[in-house]
Each structure stands twice: as C-alpha cells, then as structure tokens.
Design a binder for this molecule. Sequence first.
Ligand code: CA
Length: 251
Amino acid sequence: MNENTATGISSTDELTTHVRNAQAFLFDMDGVLFDSMKNHAEAWERAMKINGLVMSREDAFMNEGRTGEGTIDIFALAQWGRNATEEEREHIYKVKSDIFNTLPHVEPMPGALEVLQTVKAMGMLRVIVTGSGQKSLLERLENSFPGIFRAELMVTAFDVRLGKPHPEPYLMGLEKAGIQADEAIVVENAPLGVESAKAAGIYTIAVNTGPLPDRVLYDAGADIVFPDHHALHNALSVIQELRKQKKTGHK
Ligand code: CA
C-alpha cells in the first residue's frame, strides 16, 4: 500500500533517496525490457484452451512472473480439482512455447534502452531477474541493449526453484550482485513480480506497461508506479543530476 499516492510528492522524494543510495538496479525482463507480454498472454490463453482449461488474457497478466509449472497447476487445481501431472504440465507448457514462437517478433519496450543507459551512466550494476528460461537470453539482451548486461549478473529459470511471488529470484539477484536489499532498486511490471521484490525487502518501481490498473501494482506493494519508461527515465535523469552535484560537492 502507498499512502503517498494522493500527492505523489513524498513518493518522488523516497525514490530520490533510494536511487541516490543504490548500487544496483534489478530488472525484470518480460513486460519491462521487452514488449512480450501480449504474446505470452495470447499463447497462454490458446494453450490452456486446447488442453481444456480456461485462462483469459487478464488471468495471464495477473499470473505473470510465476513459473510455467506453477501457472498450470493453479488453473488445473481450480478447474479440475487436482494438480496437473508432470506429463500434463510438460505438454501444456510445450504447446504454450510453440504458440509463442509463432507470434510476431517481440520488440524492446519503448524507452527501456534510455533507462538502462542512465542507470549505467550513474555507475550502477544492472542485474536481470527473470522467470524466463530461453537459452539465447543474453544474446537477445545484447542485441537490443548493447553493453548493458553480463552473463554472471543474470537470474533465470535455470537458477531458481521457486518462482515469483516467492522472494527467491530477487534474493538471488542481490547475492549475485554482492549487495544488500537496501542497496538495490527493482524495476517490475507485474503484481507477482512486485510481491517477490518486496518480500526480498527491496524498494520497487513498477512500470505499468500492461492492461491492469495502477491500483493492482500499488496493492502488490509497489513503492512508486510509472505509466511507461519515458516517465521513469525523466525521473532518473533528475536524480542523476543530483548525484553529480553531490559528488562534485564532496571534492
Ligand atoms: Ca514481467
């Protein structure tokens, strides 16, 4: 919950304080760096339907960040009254991945590169924390955001046992960066991702790139919500100037 949303002033001050003290930004990937959530939602809806389960696109956005297995289990339990078997899980997830791969090419989220470049220019580490398990992840990131990410600062589906909303992925991100929770900032777009980051004790920025109302992200615990990366970039640019002045003042 955020009591400061009425004015927004205190939220911005809080953002400034946290960013000025931060050593790393932890970025979620789908829906934050890549405009991929529409495709994931469509693939989920169609794969579930083929397998006799009902999942709307909004359901897909509400469950974004969960592992594929976890998502399938939730819908199986609710509609079949039992967990999916290992075989069913693998099959449904394969159908989902196959459909996803037929959908139009995913573009970087508008403004994401500018945000990443500003974070880099502020001298902060950039960490990826994603539930995605594509093998060509780093290559894709390097193509869209050259010089921003490194293989050793990535948490993917291959690293985590418990997906979001469990704090494990973000705790692992802190560990890889070698920092404490109060030295990090998370950028998320999904309610379960925000829950995960907040459960890890990290200040969390939400960029609302999907169809859900801001309220859902605040209710999940987001400290501040931006409508897009351009708005976040503007806020970070102001803070970047303040950091420069602080450094100059100390000389
Ligand atoms: Ca996401």
